[in-house]
Design a protein. Structure first.
Length: 580
C-alpha cells in the first residue's frame, strides 16, 4: 500500500480527458494490477461455483457416491475460501486505487492553483472547490471499478466457455446476448454525459458564489446587500437543482435498465435451461448449474453498465481538471532569463515614474485608491498583464525567473487571508522566520496570548474565528516573518484602531531597517513614519517628499490625507484632523 499524500504527484497529461485518465491509471498501475488480479479471482470463483455444484449433484448425489460428494464439497469450500480472501484483498486494492487517484488529483490542482497565483482570472475558486469535493471522487471511482470490471469480463468469458461445453446454444446466447444488452444501454450514455457536464459546471459556479458571499458577509451586512445576494444564491441553487434533476432522470433510466435488462436475460437463460432439462438434453446437475449461472450473470452485467456510467462521470470530472491544469499563469518564466540584479537595487516603474530607493520605506498615496493598489500589483508582477516597465535595478522583473521574483519581492494585499492549520506554521511560511519579532511589530501578541495553545492553536478556514483587525495583524506578521528583500504592503492597518496603528507605525520602520518597503496607505500615522511619500495623480507620480513637506506644498495630497484621517476618526470616535 502506498503512503498518501504522494511526495510528488507528477506531471499530468492533460491534453484530453481520456489521456488524463490513462495517465492516472499508469501512475498507479501496480495497485490497479493487484486489484484486477484479485477482482478476477473473486469473480472467477463465483463463476465456477455453479459448475462444481452441478458436478456434485450429478456425480455425488445422483450416483450416491459419498466419496465423490465429499471431494466436491471440499472443492466448494476451497473455492469459497479463495473467494473470501480475494474479495477482501480486492476491496483493499479498490480503496487504495480510489484514494490514490483522488489525492493525486487534489495535489495536482493544489499545485496548479499555487502556480497560477492568487491574481489569476483564469480559474475560479468554485472550480477548485468542485474538484476537491466531487470530481476527485468520480475520478477515484473510475480506478475503483476498473478491477471489478476486469473480473466481470474474465468471468463472463469463463461462464460462456462452460456453457458452450454443456450447450452450444446456451453458450452462444451468453456470448451474443451480453454485447447486445450493452448496445441497448449505449444511447443513454451520451445524454448522461452532457447533462453531467452541465450540472458540474453549475455546481462550480454555485460554489464560487457561495465563497464570495461568505468571504464578504460582513461587508454585505454593512451595506444592506445581504438579501440581494441571498436571492442570487437561491436562483443559482435552483438552476443547479434542476440540472441535477435532469441528470437524475437519465440516471434513473440507466439504473432501471441495469436491473431490467440483465433480469430479462437471466430469465431467458433459465427458460432455455429448463426446456433442455425437460427434453433430457441436460442433467439435473447441469440444470442447477444453469440456475447458478443465471443468478451470477447479474453481477458481471451490472458491473459492466456501472463501469460505463462511472467512466462517463470520470470523463466529465477529468475535463474540468484538464481545464484547470491547462491554464497558464499571467507571469511565466522567461525563455532567456537575465542576470540577477544585485541586492539593494532600486525598484522602478517607468509607467508611473515611481522610484523606490533601496533600503528605505516608501509610501504610495493616490487621489484614486484603486490606482495605488493597481501599482502595488504591478510592482509584484501580480497584475493580469505584467509588462517590462517595472524594473529591479536595470532588469525588468519579467526577465527574471518567477521563483526569484517571489523570493525577493512579496506583496501582501487586502485580500490576503490566513490558512487553516496550526497558527505558527501559517505565520512562518519560509520555515525560518522570526515569528515573535513579527508578532511584536504587528502588535499581535494580544491575539497570541488569548489562544490557549499559542502558536500551536488551530486556525479555522480563512481565519474566520478572528476579528477583522486580528486577521489583518496576523497577515501583516506573516509578511514580516517572510523577511523578503522588498515588501509591498497594501493598507496594512485599515482594520485596526488608531492606538494599535500608532504602535505598528512606530515599530515597522525599525523592523524593516535596511530593507526596501512599500506601503500603500493614506493613514497619517504610517505616512509620518516612512522615509518618502509618492503622491499619484491620474496614475502617475505627481510629487514626492516627506509627509510633512507634501502637506505644506501639495494641496491635493493634503486633501486626500485629511479626508482619510477624518474617516478614520469617525470610525474610532475621535475628533477629525490630520493627527487623529
Amino acid at each position: 500500500m502506498r503512503r498518501l499524500p504522494l511526495d510528488h504527484p507528477g506531471e499530468a497529461d492533460h491534453r484530453t480527458p481520456g489521456r488524463f485518465l490513462w495517465w492516472l491509471a499508469r501512475g498507479q498501475w501496480q495497485t490497479l494490477l493487484g486489484g484486477m488480479v484479485f477482482g478476477v479471482l473473486w469473480m472467477g470463483s463465483q463463476a465456477v461455483m455453479p459448475f462444481v455444484l452441478g458436478r456434485a449433484i450429478d456425480r455425488g448425489v445422483a450416483a450416491r457416491d459419498t466419496g465423490t460428494l465429499a471431494a466436491y464439497a471440499g472443492a466448494l469450500f476451497g473455492i469459497g475460501l479463495v473467494q473470501s480472501v480475494a474479495g477482501i484483498l480486492r476491496h483493499r486494492f479498490a480503496v487504495t486505487n480510489w484514494l490514490t487517484a483522488a489525492y493525486r488529483t487534489v495535489q495536482l490542482v493544489g499545485r496548479q492553483a499555487v502556480h497560477l497565483g492568487a491574481p489569476s482570472r483564469k480559474v475560479s475558486t468554485g472550480e477548485v472547490v468542485a474538484i476537491g469535493t466531487s470530481d476527485m471522487s468520480d475520478l477515484g471511482q473510475v480506478m475503483d471499478v476498473s478491477a471489478r470490471f476486469t473480473g466481470a469480463v474474465v468471468s463472463f468469458f469463463l461462464v460462456a466457455v462452460i456453457l458452450l461445453q454443456t450447450s452450444v446454444t446456451l453458450g452462444l446466447v451468453v456470448l451474443l446476448g451480453v454485447p447486445a444488452l450493452m448496445v441497448l444501454v449505449g444511447p443513454l450514455l451520451g445524454p448522461l454525459q452532457r447533462r453531467n457536464a452541465h450540472q458540474r459546471h453549475l455546481t462550480g459556479e454555485l460554489a464560487n458564489t457561495a465563497t464570495d458571499i461568505v468571504s464578504g458577509l460582513r461587508v454585505l451586512r454593512g451595506i444592506g446587500g445581504e438579501q440581494v445576494f441571498a436571492d442570487r444564491y437561491r436562483r443559482e441553487s435552483q438552476a443547479t437543482r434542476q440540472a441535477g434533476i435532469a441528470v437524475a432522470r437519465v440516471q434513473s433510466v440507466l439504473d432501471a435498465m441495469q436491473v431490467l435488462l440483465p433480469g430479462a436475460f437471466v430469465v431467458l437463460v433459465v427458460w432455455l435451461g429448463a426446456r433442455y432439462a425437460v427434453a433430457g438434453r441436460i442433467t439435473p446437475g447441469e440444470l442447477v448449474a444453469f440456475y447458478g449461472y443465471s443468478a451470477f450473470l447479474m453481477l458481471p452485467l451490472r458491473t459492466a453498465t456501472e463501469y460505463a456510467n462511472k467512466v462517463i462521470r470520470g470523463r466529465v470530472a477529468a475535463r474540468r481538471v484538464c481545464r484547470v491544469l491547462a491554464a497558464q499563469p499571467d507571469f511565466v518564466d522567461p525563455a532567456d532569463p537575465a542576470a540577477s540584479p544585485p541586492p539593494q537595487s532600486a525598484l522602478t516603474d517607468a509607467r508611473t515614474g515611481l522610484r523606490v530607493a533601496p533600503g528605505q520605506m516608501t509610501a504610495l498615496v493616490s487621489e484614486q485608491p484603486e490606482d495605488a493598489a493597481a501599482l502595488a500589483d504591478r510592482l509584484g508582477l501580480c497584475a493580469p498583464e505584467p509588462d517590462d516597465e517595472v524594473c529591479l535595478g536595470d532588469v525588468p522583473l519579467t526577465r527574471l525567473p518567477r521563483a526569484e521574483v517571489r523570493r525577493r519581492l512579496v506583496v501582501s494585499d487586502t485580500g490576503a487571508t490566513l490558512f487553516s492549520g496550526p497558527l505558527g506554521e501559517g505565520l512562518d511560511v519560509t520555515g525560518h522566520g522570526d515569528v515573535p519579532a513579527a508578532l511584536a511589530t504587528a502588535s499581535a501578541y494580544d491575539v497570541l496570548e488569548a489562544l490557549p495553545d499559542g502558536l500551536a492553536a488551530p486556525v479555522a478556514e480563512r481565519g474566520r474565528t478572528f476579528s477583522g483587525g486580528q486577521r489583518q495583524r496576523l497577515v501583516l506578521a506573516r509578511a514580516l516573518a517572510a523577511d523578503p528583500e522588498i515588501l509591498v504592503l497594501v493598507e496594512p492597518t485599515s482594520a485596526v484602531d488608531a492606538h494599535t496603528e500608532a504602535r505598528i507605525a512606530a515599530r515597522l520602520r525599525d523592523h524593516r531597517q535596511g530593507r526596501t518597503t512599500v506601503v500603500v496607505t493614506s493613514s497619517p500615522l504610517l505616512l509620518d513614519a516612512v522615509d518618502e511619500v509618492a503622491f499619484l495623480v491620474d496614475g502617475r507620480v505627481a510629487a514626492t517628499g516627506t509627509h510633512g513637506a507634501l502637506l505644506r506644498s501639495t494641496p491635493g495630497y493634503r486633501a486626500v490625507v485629511t479626508r482619510g484621517a477624518e474617516e478614520e476618526a469617525d470610525d474610532v470616535g475621535l475628533p477629525g484632523g490630520v493627527g487623529a
